[in-house]
Design a protein around this ligand. Structure first.
Ligand SMILES: C[S@@+](CC[C@H](N)C(=O)[O-])C[C@H]1O[C@@H](n2cnc3c(N)ncnc32)[C@H](O)[C@@H]1O
Length: 235
């Protein structure tokens, strides 16, 4: 089961979201044209590509993902590889290692190894920055079964966040919020394409009745805040 449709022409790949996200990111970490960046689970790499242009980076950033998309960003070096495999043979160093909405997809024991390895590849002032769904305040539009799955996933996320928090000394946490305005029709298409990991294991029958529920429950235009928490970790 893989996430093919996460940033497939959704707000998550819109220029406005990317601009707002990258502006937020640059307030958390000092980067300049000489910086070297790794994005673990980069998807189509649009965020990293846009960040590379914004900073006018001399060295191409590296984006890794197990999914390779035809329309991936060409401004980065993309590697289709599992994060752990990449890190185990990596020899490069980075100013920023970004994991945006990816950490929850790993097994708990792998998260530990990924972060331990990542730490060793940071330059002295480098940072690991992890974004994940705000576990206390998310407003993701859902149907009932989806909501229950999301709540279960969030309980696991909370444990992940706690264990990361206690294994780093230099650290701080911030919140990122983006106001999404989307037509119900488009959002239903996203749900139908299983854009978010909690939908991946669901049968087509569950998705179809979920779509009916969303149709009844939401207005023609859906507005909500896409809220993430951001963990900034020092070496
Ligand atoms: C929710 S998406 C986030 C994509 C991107 N970071 C963003 O925020 O737009 C999670 C991504 O992690 C990738 N992924 C999942 N497991 C992975 C692994 N073991 N190694 C590398 N990437 C992985 C998925 O293919 C997917 O593209």
């Amino acid at each position: 089961m893989s996430l093919k449709n996460w940033d497939n022409k959704t707000w998550l790949s819109s220029p406005s979201y990317i601009e707002s996200f990258n502006n937020f990111l640059l307030k958390q970490v000092k980067l300049n044209k000489n910086s070297h960046i790794l994005d673990i689970g980069c998807g189509r790499g649009k965020i990293l590509g846009s960040l590379s242009s914004k900073l006018n980076l001399k060295r191409k950033s590296i984006g890794i993902d197990i999914e390779s998309h035809k329309d991936r960003d060409k401004r980065i070096i993309f590697k289709k590889i599992d994060a752990l495999k990449f890190l185990k043979k990596n020899k490069k160093r980075f100013d920023l290692i970004l994991l945006k909405q990816t950490i929850h997809l790993f097994k708990i024991k792998d998260i530990k190894t990924i972060l331990e390895l990542s730490k060793t590849f940071l330059y002295p002032n480098g940072k690991i920055i992890i974004f994940t769904l705000d576990p206390n305040n998310n407003e993701i539009p859902t149907f009932l079964i989806m909501k229950k799955k999301l709540e279960k996933a969030i309980t696991r996320d909370k444990n992940i966040i706690k264990s990361i928090w206690y294994s780093f000394e230099g650290k701080f946490v911030r919140s990122f919020s983006y106001k999404v305005k989307i037509s119900k029709k488009k959002y239903m298409e996203m749900v139908d394409s299983k854009y978010i990991s909690v939908l991946l294991g669901m049968s087509q029958k569950t998705i179809s009745s979920g779509l009916d529920e969303i149709k009844r429950k939401y207005k023609k235009k859906i507005s909500f805040k896409d809220k993430l928490i951001c963990l900034v970790l020092n070496r």
